[in-house]
Design a protein around this ligand. Structure first.
Ligand SMILES: *[C@@H]1O[C@H](CO)[C@@H](O)[C@H](O)[C@H]1NC(C)=O
Ligand SMILES: *[C@@H]1O[C@H](CO)[C@@H](O)[C@H](O)[C@H]1NC(C)=O
Ligand SMILES: *[C@@H]1O[C@H](CO)[C@@H](O)[C@H](O)[C@H]1NC(C)=O
Ligand SMILES: *[C@@H]1O[C@H](CO)[C@@H](O)[C@H](O)[C@H]1NC(C)=O
Length: 264
């Protein structure tokens, strides 16, 4: 049984054409290496499907698409959210690769975060009646964090560099976006609003995590630990330190620049 190539872009024909050009050899090596990384998650999808010769069978394609999506989603922390949101979006395609699923999950994360951020908007949001200065400050922090998170998510959608050639950048964008959202949530620890804030951001945080897990199979658990471990003091006096400037400082902001207390 021949194996299904999960990446439409990197089929044998393309490989041969590209390999024929010496200048692109290094690039091919990078692509090949990155493909191996990405391939790890779709290994399950390879089993039980055959290569290219089931075009006549629409059913077979549908089945292999959903098997591929399921295999990718099983590598995430939220397999059921992943599958139920992504599978319907690719059901009509004849082929799907992790990069497409990644882009879709990022696009959905953006949509959900935009939706959630409306709830946090000043005055008109559902948190508009909050008067406790601690939480007024925490809400303001969330608005700043959402903008940062959206920028980083948007970077990974608008990047002209392909995923496989810049996996570290994409990882940084996604984990930063996740950290921003988690940091917003952390500002409401033990607060009456905590549950409400968490549930407002559940979809966007899950989709961000899913996007990350798609490009970094096996990394999602570590990333989750990192998100949880990020500790910013948003109490009275510390809230003022937590400004846009602090985040914008250094144009390559990464989570490790943020005060971090490993003991918590
Ligand atoms: C898939 O095809 C069906 C039937 O043509 C259509 O109703 C549906 O909207 C399509 N779904 C997507 C995600 O394009
Ligand atoms: C704000 O209003 C919502 C209903 O819109 C209510 O459930 C919540 O308890 C209120 N919060 C405060 C702090 O008054
Ligand atoms: C994302 O970036 C594009 C261009 O790169 C821009 O047009 C768009 O407004 C940005 N969207 C958000 C939500 O920032
Ligand atoms: C999260 O997504 C589900 C499914 O799309 C939707 O029903 C729910 O309203 C969303 N939750 C929020 C807080 O937007």
């Amino acid at each position: 049984m021949a194996s299904l190539n999960p990446y439409g872009k990197f089929n044998e024909v393309d490989q041969e054409r590209l390999l024929a050009r010496p200048k692109t050899k290094k690039r091919i090596a990078i692509i090949a290496l990155s493909s191996i990384v990405l391939a790890a998650i779709v290994v399950g999808a390879v089993l039980g499907t055959s290569h290219g010769n089931n075009k006549s069978s629409k059913n077979g394609d549908v089945q292999s698409i959903s098997t591929s999506v399921k295999a990718v989603c099983d590598g995430t922390l939220y397999p059921s959210t992943c599958y139920t949101t992504l599978a319907p979006l690719v059901q009509n395609l004849t082929q799907v690769n992790p990069e497409q699923l990644f882009k879709l999950s990022v696009q959905l994360a953006i949509n959900e975060l935009l939706r959630a951020s409306q709830k946090f908007s000043q005055n008109e949001g559902v948190f508009g009646n909050v008067t406790d200065p601690i939480y007024v400050a925490a809400l303001e922090n969330c608005r700043v964090l959402f903008d940062l998170a959206l920028d980083h998510l948007n970077n990974s959608l608008s990047s002209t560099v392909s995923l496989v050639n810049a996996i570290d950048d994409f990882t940084t964008w996604l984990s930063t976006a996740g950290t921003c959202q988690q940091t917003c949530i952390d500002g409401f620890q033990n607060a009456p609003l905590q549950t409400s804030v968490e549930s407002s951001l559940r979809n966007s945080t899950e989709l961000t995590s899913i996007g990350l897990a798609i490009i970094r199979p096996g990394a999602s658990t570590k990333i989750r630990v990192k998100w949880k471990g990020l500790k910013l003091n948003l109490g009275n006096k510390d809230a003022s330190k937590f400004t846009v400037k602090q985040f914008i400082n250094g144009n390559k902001w990464i989570p490790s620049n943020v005060p971090y207390n490993p003991s918590l």
